[in-house]
Design a protein around this ligand. Structure first.
Ligand code: P6P
Length: 339
């Protein structure tokens, strides 16, 4: 992993203000949007840290659009983000993993020129066992920047290459916020003694190839022959190409991607005979994570096509994904292309 040594004490708000120079069209509206979003992330981080103590573990009696039982912390995180973001006047519409359709801004509040998509709590199946979980977010400009009306589904269904910014919060041993607005990837670590995120890794760059692969091998028998051959190749003894690779799989995409960003290697959630489109969602999981990985010099595809080029047709559509170090993703694509 390489990143510029950070010698300056920089909060995320100061950093965003400095970055504004790269976005001549950005107004203070964008900075205020991110200020409100980081407030939501700090509140979620607080309650994740106390999850076992404030009766927030366990299930609600509701299920989400995917038929998954919603855990209390999912619902809480979804509500926190909505309430932090609905009244600032920066957004015209939102969409969330936990909400079936688009989320309109309440009529009493002004509509802004941005769109926010989010997975409020990725990895929720890990909540009850104190394992790293995260929040993922993606920001677009609305299609008609002059409009002051409600945003539409078309504003939400934009391809990932049009994202203005993207990032994730990772609630692990520390709370880190990884963010890009198209000018490289910066990592901020939350200092609860001052209640702010401080810049700790600047302009993170991934190694061309890593030594770690991350996939749920429990599904091996369901995979294509090409993918099976790739996984078998990674396990062979060949020191010159760092094989056998190490397997690491946390089961929270944010955590597995964060390790891949910092150490290199490859994360995969492939299609299989039971899930022809894989499991992870394009709009509010893969697009923001793919922007981060590409901005750090990596690559993110569905095995054949760039994730950020996929034209969405449905808010909750899924896609297979292979993302990480450029050399590793190119290598799996070669195996997938061999019949
Ligand atoms: P599996 C968590 O539930 C999640 O949506 C992602 O964060 C994670 O990468 C994936 O599902 C894990 O899925 O099928 O390996 O348990």
């Amino acid at each position: 992993m390489s990143f510029l040594k950070v010698s300056r004490l920089v909060t995320i708000e100061r950093h965003i203000a400095e970055e504004q120079q790269y976005h001549p069209t950005a107004t203070g509206e964008y900075s205020r949007l991110l200020r409100d979003l980081t407030l939501a992330l700090r509140i979620i981080a607080r309650d994740v840290r106390r999850a076992g103590l404030n009766d927030i573990l366990g299930m609600t009696d509701s299920t989400n659009v995917h038929g998954e039982t919603v855990k209390k912390l999912d619902e809480f995180a979804n509500e926190v983000i909505f309430r932090a973001m609905d009244h600032g006047g920066h957004l015209c519409v939102m969409a969330s993993e936990e909400s079936e359709g688009i989320i309109q801004i309440p009529q009493e509040y002004p509509k802004g020129k941005y769109v926010l998509l989010f997975d409020p709590l990725d990895g929720s199946s890990n909540i009850d066992v104190n394992t790293t979980i995260g929040t993922i977010f993606s920001i677009y400009r609305r299609l008609d920047p002059s409009s002051i009306d409600d945003g539409t589904e078309e504003d939400v269904l934009q391809p990932g290459f049009k994202q203005v910014a993207a990032g994730y919060a990772c609630y692990g041993s520390a709370t880190t916020l990884v963010y890009t607005s198209g000018n490289g990837v910066d990592v901020f670590t939350y200092d609860q003694t001052i209640g702010d995120f401080l810049l700790t890794h600047e302009k993170v760059r991934m190694p061309h190839k890593g030594k770690i692969y991350s996939v749920n091998e429990g599904y091996y028998l369901r995979w294509s022959d090409g993918l099976k051959r790739y996984i078998d190749y990674l396990k062979e003894n060949h020191a010159e190409t760092s094989r056998p690779y190490t397997l690491r799989y946390i089961g929270t995409a944010v955590a597995d991607i964060h390790r891949t960003l910092i150490y290199g290697g490859i994360f995969m959630y492939p299609a299989d005979s039971h899930n022809p489109h894989g499991k992870l969602r394009l709009l509010y999981e893969l697009n923001p994570l793919a922007m981060i990985i590409e901005q750090a010099g990596g690559r993110a595809t569905d095995g054949y096509n760039r994730i950020l080029d996929i034209i969405p047709t449905h808010i909750h559509q899924r896609s297979p994904v292979f993302m990480g170090s450029l050399g590793d993703v190119l290598e799996v694509e070669y195996y997938l292309s061999q019949k």
